[in-house]
Write a protein that binds this ligand. Structure first.
Ligand code: ADP
Ligand code: MG
Length: 332
């Protein structure tokens, strides 16, 4: 996946014809609510409740949340696919309701579902999309895009003969035909194999390095942790956390420590049980503790007072998974 000057060139073109000043926030969501109308059988669904969110231009921003949290609803509002109930949202400075056309041309959306027409070839798919966006023929770079996502040798194959991973890549290329400054990916790697996932992330990083702002939702916390500078966690249609990845991780007040001890542990002394120690095996003690409450010195003293010598220590920092569970459990 390499096409190293394509994106920059196209972005400059975009800027030249669309906008002279660049917005601080590539995405600016203010107090957005969405209620899906119910039917006789189902009551109305409040999918988003007064969500506010700002994605700095040039960043890779992660949107996390359990199933049904409202991630796709928010993303589809940005892409003009779902109508806002109240509040406002801007993409690259353009209001998605009052400046719909400009907002749409500023965003490339890769939806959660793979909706490709089976009877078109990848090349046709990209050409049709470019036509839809009004990209003049001379300015189209369909083959370059296919090359960039590693599908150039499939340019003329029918979409129905493509594997799931290839379709996913085609969807990414399709979202980029108009060289949008903002790329939004809704769970692009759900159910995708490890190799393709790595490839997609490398391409996302490359696009970002060229200036594209990226908003993505993912179930893979590890990936969000690795890829995103900032993360918002939403649950039940509300933002429950929104911070830099580093700050989020710092907020998790929980660490784990594993101690190798001598002599063998025959039964765990009551004082250690009270501290919350668990026995892993005859020579290993494990403890989850809150650094803000319990100091390591006290932990060591308690172990020594119980008659053990500590021969080795290892600790584990909490990761995003811990904070995700903490936050979504709390808000449930
Ligand atoms: P996520 O992408 O985080 O899994 P969604 O935005 O898809 O969440 O859904 C949020 C909530 O809105 C869920 O409860 C879902 O069932 C509901 N929902 C989504 N789309 C519709 C729709 N078209 N009509 C009614 N309810 C919907
Ligand atoms: Mg979704």
């Amino acid at each position: 996946m390499a096409s190293y000057c394509l994106d920059k060139r196209r972005r400059q073109r975009h800027h030249a014809c669309m906008q002279t000043t660049e917005p601080t926030f590539a995405i600016d969501v203010a107090d957005v609510s969405k209620t899906y109308q119910g039917s006789k059988k189902s009551p109305p669904k409040h999918a988003l409740k007064n969500i506010s969110l700002q994605v700095p231009r040039g960043s890779i921003f992660g949107l996390l949340g359990p199933n049904g949290a409202g991630k796709s609803t928010l993303i589809n509002i940005l892409g003009g696919l779902v109508r806002i109930t109240s509040g406002s949202a801007r993409v690259y400075g353009y209001d998605v309701v009052t400046q719909k056309r400009q907002a749409r041309s500023a965003i490339g959306l890769v939806p959660q579902e793979l909706n490709l027409d089976a009877f078109f070839t990848p090349l046709q798919v990209l050409e049709l999309m470019a036509g839809f966006y009004g990209v003049p023929k001379a300015k189209r770079r369909s083959m370059e895009l296919l090359q960039a996502v590693g599908l150039h040798d499939k340019a003329n194959a029918y979409a129905r003969t493509l594997s799931g991973g290839m379709r996913r890549r085609l969807m990414v290329a399709k979202a980029l035909v108009h060289a949008p400054p903002v790329l939004v990916l809704d769970e692009p790697t759900a159910g995708v194999d490890v190799e393709l996932r790595r490839m997609l992330w490398a391409y996302v990083r490359h696009l970002n390095a060229q200036g594209t702002t990226v908003l993505l939702t993912t179930h893979y916390l590890e990936e969000a942790q690795e890829l995103c500078q900032q993360i918002a966690i939403i649950n039940h249609g509300q933002v429950v956390a929104n911070d830099t990845t580093a700050n989020l991780l710092r907020r998790v007040d929980s660490k784990e420590i594993v101690l190798k001890v001598e002599p063998e542990i025959r039964s765990l002394p009551e004082t250690l049980v009270m501290h919350g120690f668990r026995v892993d095996d005859a020579r290993t003690l494990r403890l989850s503790y809150q650094p803000s409450v319990m100091k390591l010195g006290h932990v060591f003293l308690a172990v020594q007072a119980a008659g053990f010598t500590i021969t080795d220590v290892s600790t584990r920092e909490s990761d995003l998974e811990d904070i995700f569970l903490q936050l979504t459990r709390k808000a449930a």
